[in-house]
Structure formats: structure tokens, C-alpha cells
Design a protein around this ligand. Structure first.
Ligand code: UDP
Ligand code: MN
Length: 277
């Protein structure tokens, strides 16, 4: 099957896939731990990595885990759109006050997530490359488009927004074309990139439990909400576990868990880990 604008290293192996996005070597590192976590969760769905031409050496570990590699371009957005969403422009206009974005994070690259609507799968669960699937989430394939969890990591007000690190989708060329038309309009500014866009495109998004996309800051900011037994997907929003960063000491047990998945050895049953006091 030909996929317009995409180059696949092999045909789809299923009609459903976990999809992630990798535009540079750092996120390939994240994706390897993510893919290993999905394999260990025991799924029959395809693992599919959308990438933008990352060097073969960084993609090889992903292929070794059985991932289908699909090469894509960034979206064909206009020069004005690209300028408005360039890293410095975006950080200047909509500063991140709650945490730090890593130096290897390019806001414009986030929009390439929308390429998944071009894929030849009936059902997709998208997961950011900075996440771990700690328990099987195949049931999400039975959920409709569009489901995502709220962006909860600080307070009740967070429930007004969704987080685009985990969501359910039904690929469709028509949806993809319609999204592009809605995305790149004159004067537009999506302050939280794909996340702002998807929330506006799917105003009636269905809420997943926060445990399907547990954000790492909850560990120290809302510890009452943390319960390892319930957490299916752990998401390292803002600072990444493979970086040296200012919050690393406060997130140590989470970072250690990520490192185990990033390695080659056995992983613990996360349901048995000690919750924060
Ligand atoms: N991403 C990427 N390259 C970039 C920025 C983002 O490959 O330069 C992909 C990657 O899958 C990443 C996701 O887009 O996990 C969203 O970015 P990130 O997770 O850094 O955002 P956060 O979760 O901190 O809001
Ligand atoms: Mn993320």
C-alpha cells in the first residue's frame, strides 16, 4: 500500500498500531524505552515510529524491537506559520513557567504528529516518545476518536485542558486534509502546538482517566493522586529522564524506572512500587 508523502520500511502488520514520533536522536532514545515498555505490556498491535529522516544508527534499536519505521516530512506549513512556531518565537510569546523544555525540543516538530492520520491503520493509539506503558492498554483501541487525558499536574484548573501525549485516533486522509486546512491559517498561533490544535479540533474530546497519561510532576505536586497500581502510562512531560536537569532529585524513583526500561534487563512490576507518602 502506498502512503502519500510517507515512506514505510514494510507493510502494516495489523490494522491497529501504537504510534510515536521521533525527529531527532534524543527522542529516539526515549522511543526505545517506550517501545520496549509496549512490547513488555504484551500487545498484538503494530509498533510504528513516524520519523523525519533520523540517522539509521538511532533508528536501528527501534527496528530491533520490531517497530515499523515510517519516514515523513514535517508538515507543509507556510513560512509565516513556521516563523510563529519557531522555538525562540514561541518561547518568547508563550513562555513555559511550570517547567523547562529540553534544548533538543523543537516546537514545530510536534505538529508532525498529525501525520498519523495519513497512516494505513484503522485505529491508532498515539504515545509521546517520552512516556512508558507500564500496563497493557490495548483496550484503548476500542475507544473512539478522540480520547485523551486531562493535562493534570498542578491543580484542579488543569482539568480544563487536555494533554496530547496519549490519544486515540482513526486515521483518515480526509481528516488529515481538513486538519491541515484548519491548522495553517493567517495569523494563527498555537501556543502549545499540537496540543492546542487538537483540543480545538476535537472540542468534545472524551476524557481518559489520568492514569492513562500520568504526568511526572504529579509525583511531587499532587502526591495524593499517585497510585502505582492504577498507572498505565507514565509521561515525562517537560524535563526528560535521560537529561541532567534541575528537578531530577525530586523525580528520582521515576527516572530510575525509566532507566530500567531504557536498559536490556528485566523490569519491575510497577504496581508494587511504593507510592509517595
Ligand atoms: N518530538 C520530537 N522532536 C521534537 C519535539 C517533539 O520528536 O523536537 C515528539 C516526541 O515524540 C515527543 C513529542 O513530540 O515526545 C512531544 O514533545 P515533548 O514530549 O517533548 O513535549 P511535552 O510532553 O514535554 O509537552
Ligand atoms: Mn511528552
Amino acid at each position: 500500500m502506498t502512503l502519500p508523502g510517507l515512506q514505510s520500511d514494510r507493510p502494516a502488520g495489523s490494522d491497529r498500531a501504537f504510534v510515536t514520533l521521533v525527529t531527532n536522536a534524543d527522542y529516539a532514545l526515549g522511543a526505545r524505552a517506550l517501545l520496549r515498555s509496549i512490547v513488555l505490556s504484551g500487545t498484538d498491535a503494530d509498533l510504528c515510529v513516524l520519523h523525519t529522516g533520523v540517522a539509521a544508527a538511532h533508528l536501528a534499536p527501534l527496528a530491533a524491537l520490531g517497530a515499523r519505521l515510517v519516514r515523513c516530512e514535517l508538515l507543509p506549513t507556510s513560512p509565516a506559520f513556521n516563523a510563529a512556531h519557531a522555538r525562540d518565537a514561541l518561547h518568547g510569546r508563550a513562555a513555559f513557567t511550570k517547567g523547562e523544555k529540553p534544548p533538543f525540543h523543537t516546537p514545530l516538530d510536534n505538529f508532525a504528529k498529525l501525520r498519523l492520520w495519513q497512516l494505513d491503520y484503522a485505529r491508532v493509539v498515539f504515545v509521546d516518545a517520552d512516556a512508558l506503558v507500564l500496563q497493557n492498554v490495548d483496550k484503548l483501541f476500542d475507544y473512539p476518536e478522540f480520547c485523551a487525558a486531562p493535562n493534570v499536574y498542578e491543580s484542579l484548573a488543569d482539568f480544563h485542558r487536555m494533554n496530547s501525549g496519549v490519544f486515540t485516533a482513526r486515521p483518515s486522509q480526509a481528516t488529515y486534509r481538513d486538519m491541515l486546512a484548519r491548522l495553517d491559517v493567517p495569523e494563527v498561533f498555537w501556543r502549545r502546538t499540537d496540543q492546542s490544535f487538537l483540543q480545538e479540533y476535537f472540542p468534545d474530546w472524551h476524557g481518559l482517566p489520568v492514569f492513562c497519561n500520568m504526568l511526572q510532576y504529579v509525583w511531587f505536586a499532587m502526591p495524593q493522586l499517585w497510585r502505582w497500581r492504577d498507572i498505565r502510562i507514565l509521561h515525562f512531560q517537560y524535563e526528560k529522564p535521560w537529561q541532567d536537569h534541575a528537578k531530577a532529585d525530586r523525580l528520582r524513583p521515576l527516572i530510575e524506572l525509566w532507566r530500567v526500561y531504557a536498559g536490556d534487563g528485566p523490569v519491575p512490576d510497577s504496581r508494587d512500587l511504593p507510592d509517595p507518602a
